[in-house]
Design a protein around this ligand. Structure first.
Ligand code: FEO
Length: 169
């Protein structure tokens, strides 16, 4: 059975993961408006990953005999129309998610729930990967600058990204 405080922290994080999917869905539409289909695909995969992250926790809470309490998902705000700035927001958001996973692990530690800690290890590793992926893309976008040809080449590359359902935990 999962501790009540930890159950609440998991439910909060499920909300954050679903919000992430919602935010990336909003960002995806910006790239659709620009006809950059590779970026659209990149965000599409990102949305599916966030949904999988949320559902991984959802299933885990149930598996541990806990209760799911779904709250309202905040309205997503894409702060800029500029490609580089959108990716800066993505990185900032992922860093925030990492801090929330760390906070969730703090609660698991506090409640001495070693099973939950071991489950959450996967999320921690995933965050390292997410931050590194987005950081890499951001660096490429900085290099590209105003070069439209190079941007279209990157867009083509991003078409290749596929969603592989993660094996969580
Ligand atoms: Fe689920 Fe992008 O963190």
């Amino acid at each position: 059975m999962i501790n009540e405080k930890l159950e609440k922290a998991f439910n909060d994080q499920i909300n954050k993961e679903l919000y992430s999917a919602y935010l990336y869905l909003a960002m995806k539409s910006k790239f659709a408006e620009m006809n950059l289909n590779g970026f659209v695909n990149w965000f599409d995969v990102q949305v599916q990953e966030e949904q999988a992250h949320g559902m991984g926790m959802y299933d885990y809470v149930l598996e541990r005999g806990g209760k799911i309490t779904l709250e309202a998902i905040d309205k997503p705000e894409v702060k800029s129309e500029n490609i580089l700035e959108i990716f800066e927001q993505v990185l900032e958001h992922e860093e925030y998610v990492t801090s929330r996973i760390n906070a969730l692990m703090d609660v698991a530690e506090e409640t001495k729930d070693r099973a939950a800690l071991s489950f959450l290890d996967w999320y921690l590793k995933e965050q390292v990967e997410e931050e590194s992926n987005v950081g890499g893309l951001l660096a490429t976008l900085k290099l590209i600058g105003d070069d439209k040809k190079a941007l279209l080449m990157l867009d083509k590359d991003l078409l290749a990204r596929v969603f592989n359902p993660p094996v969580i935990g």
